[in-house]
Design a protein around this ligand. Structure first.
Ligand code: FAD
Ligand code: UDP
Length: 372
């Protein structure tokens, strides 16, 4: 039996496994119910030889030098700046919504007047959440907020979540702010890159250690008591761990449809569809991970309700009701001695990859290293 059992071989589990093995010299058995490691960041070469992110596009971006330095140990990194266009009224316009987007959608004189007004009210490159723009004291800026909301956020959000922006925590739509400038990059973070040989290879490097054993296709809940370890880290859905005793936490799922094609690549890494189409976005993997011959691979994302046991719980749904339900489970988790709960599903937090790594490193430094 290993010193530690880690449930889930995504970023959270892999970070903790390698820290425990390397820093503490203790043995780790890490398992995943899926047939591969990497969690939602898993990638593979498809039949056209193109590296595809199986669970949708994964762009690594962070402002944290600590996290950027940490990931250097496991991969070489290729600088990659993600660009997104949205199909709005037959135009392809940059996202986040910025001055270039305004010019792409409005007649020149109207666009210039609006940009001038925005420049008098906001500092250059300010990041303003669309929901707060809709509340602005200036009526013309409120009208602009309504325009952005209708064109970019209302339908996309309803498709993605089955809820309107107002029914979600404001932080959800604030992830893609209105930018008061001309920066067309999807992320403004200081470090933006993709692992040169893919995420799967990076995970293999993280877990390559004599004290780490990886088992795939194993569901934690099917293990016998004798197969458990004295200390456990659980990175799966927290409600499932406690047998849904307070009722299921809602998650949102997606269906990813991969299309291999030829011809010209689409005009940006991702094109968002904030209109009536049943899908939200299409990503040209070739523009992210490199071309092979003349073949292209696109991933189209169709949002759907999450049904436990039927599809994957990709997104926690941030809103007041779910936060209250999560807190009930978190209180039980705090009382579960010898088991740590960490990660996007176990903490029910809308973490990006860098945030998942940061939470895992914090757990390691503040509690595991101190034996707490
Ligand atoms: P996960 O990756 O979900 O790993 C948890 C693992 O636990 C899974 O492999 C699961 O199979 C396993 N597990 C669960 N229950 C059990 C059980 N009972 N027994 C055994 N194993 C179990 N982040 C970014 O920074 N940039 C992006 O561009 C980005 N794009 C994304 C796009 C999509 C469509 C999605 C869904 C997420 C995206 N993310 C992105 C977020 C990123 O995927 C997460 O931050 C990261 O994967 C979290 O890692 P984790 O280890 O906490 O969870
Ligand atoms: N969003 C939107 N229109 C867009 C892009 C984003 O309405 O063109 C909203 C939507 O609610 C989405 C959220 O902003 O879920 C966060 O977008 P992000 O691209 O960060 O989502 P993720 O990559 O995590 O799926």
């Amino acid at each position: 039996m290993a010193d530690w059992l880690i449930v889930g071989a995504g970023f959270t589990g892999a970070t903790l496994a390698e820290r425990i093995a390397k820093r503490l010299g203790q043995s780790v058995h890490i398992l995943d119910q899926r047939p591969h490691l990497g969690g939602n960041a898993y990638d593979y070469l498809n039949s056209a030889g193109i590296r595809v992110h199986k669970y949708g596009p994964h762009l690594f971006h962070t402002n944290s030098k600590k996290i950027w330095d940490y990931v250097q140990a496991f991969s070489k990194w290729t600088p990659y700046t993600h660009h997104v266009l949205a199909k709005i009224d037959q135009n392809l316009a940059p996202v986040p919504f910025n001055f270039n987007t305004i010019e792409a959608l409005l007649p020149a004189s109207q666009a210039q007047a609006l940009i001038a007004r925005l420049e008098t009210h906001f500092p250059k490159d300010a990041r303003i959440a669309v929901l707060s723009l809709r509340q602005h004291e200036d009526a013309q800026l409120r009208a602009f907020g309504d325009f952005v909301y209708e064109k970019l956020f209302a339908h996309y959000t309803m498709k993605q979540w089955g809820l309107s922006p107002d029914e979600l925590a404001a932080s959800v739509t604030a992830r893609v702010p209105v930018l008061m400038g001309r920066d067309n990059r999807y992320f403004q973070d200081r470090y933006q890159a993709l692992p040169a040989d893919g995420y799967t290879s990076m995970f293999e490097n993280m877990l390559r250690h004599p004290k780490i054993k990886l088992s795939l296709n194993v569901d934690y809940h099917s293990l016998a008591k004798s197969e458990l370890a004295p200390k456990i880290i659980y990175t799966g859905p927290i409600d499932r761990y406690f047998d849904y005793c307070f009722g299921p936490l809602p998650y949102r799922s997606l269906n990813f449809v991969e299309e291999i094609t030829t011809g010209a690549p689409q005009a940006a890494g991702t094109i968002n569809y904030p209109g009536k189409e049943p899908f939200t976005r299409v990503t040209e993997m070739t523009l992210l991970t490199g071309a092979v011959g003349d073949r292209l691979t696109r991933i189209r994302e169709f949002p759907q309700a999450h049904l436990p046991g039927v599809n994957e719980p990709y997104y926690p749904i941030p809103r007041a009701e779910t936060a209250a339900l999560y807190q009930k489970y978190a209180a039980l988790a705090r009382k579960t001695k010898g088991t740590y709960f960490c990660g996007r599903l176990a903490n029910y937090r809308y973490y990006n990859m860098d945030q998942a790594i940061a939470a895992a490193l914090t757990l390691f430094q503040r509690r595991i290293l101190r034996g707490g």
